[in-house]
Write a protein that binds this ligand. Structure first.
Ligand code: HEC
Length: 159
């Protein structure tokens, strides 16, 4: 009986620890579970395929991260190549947008976020071709924020 509060405290601590770990893990990925959308949930198979492509291009970087010290140049080159692939995918997403059945103002916001992503990918590409590894990391972080912002508005998760 006496032990129960301690046990509860331990469980709470564990939960807090797990949540913190999850958040960190998620921040390292290409996209984040964003919960119910604030604006308009978009469901579209074609869009999902393009998103998956962008996602795997983002993920590839995490696989090669450990090689940074020994193969910085190779790493930067692969980022540059992936940035080119992502730029093409964003173009395709923008061209596809009219089929997503969004209202004009929803389209504006969607487009603004897609263009923001496009600019950020352009910067990533520049950093990569100039072999600025630290700037690449920062750039990927910023890009991740844009992925998450758009998902918060347009993506329905868990259903
Ligand atoms: C302009 C808005 C927008 C931006 C920017 C955006 N996404 Fe998405 N993303 C969506 C929407 C909407 C969906 C939901 C599509 C659906 O469920 O049909 C989605 C879904 C996804 C999915 C799930 C695909 C699946 O098979 O269920 C992944 C993965 C994803 N996005 C990755 C990314 C990554 C990585 C980035 C940034 C590099 C990104 N997205 C940027 C709008 C966006």
């Amino acid at each position: 009986m006496q032990r129960q509060p301690i046990l509860l405290a331990t469980i709470s601590l564990l939960l807090v620890a797990c949540t913190a770990t999850n958040e960190k893990h998620v921040a390292e990925g290409g996209w984040v579970e964003t919960g119910p959308p604030a604006l308009h949930a978009v469901r579209n198979t074609q869009l999902r395929e393009m998103m998956d492509r962008m996602d795997s291009l983002m993920q590839e970087r995490f696989m090669t991260e450990t090689e940074i010290d020994s193969e910085r140049r190779k790493y930067a080159q692969s980022i540059a190549k992936n940035a080119e692939g992502m730029a093409k995918t964003v173009e395709a997403i923008i061209a596809y947008m009219p089929r997503l059945q969004l209202t004009p103002s929803e389209q504006d916001t969607f487009l603004a976020l897609a263009k923001k992503l496009s600019d950020q990918i352009q910067h990533l590409h520049e950093h990569a071709t100039q072999n600025h590894i630290d700037a690449i990391d920062e750039s990927l972080h910023i890009i991740n924020t844009t992925c998450t912002s758009c998902h918060a508005l347009y993506r329905k998760t868990g259903g």
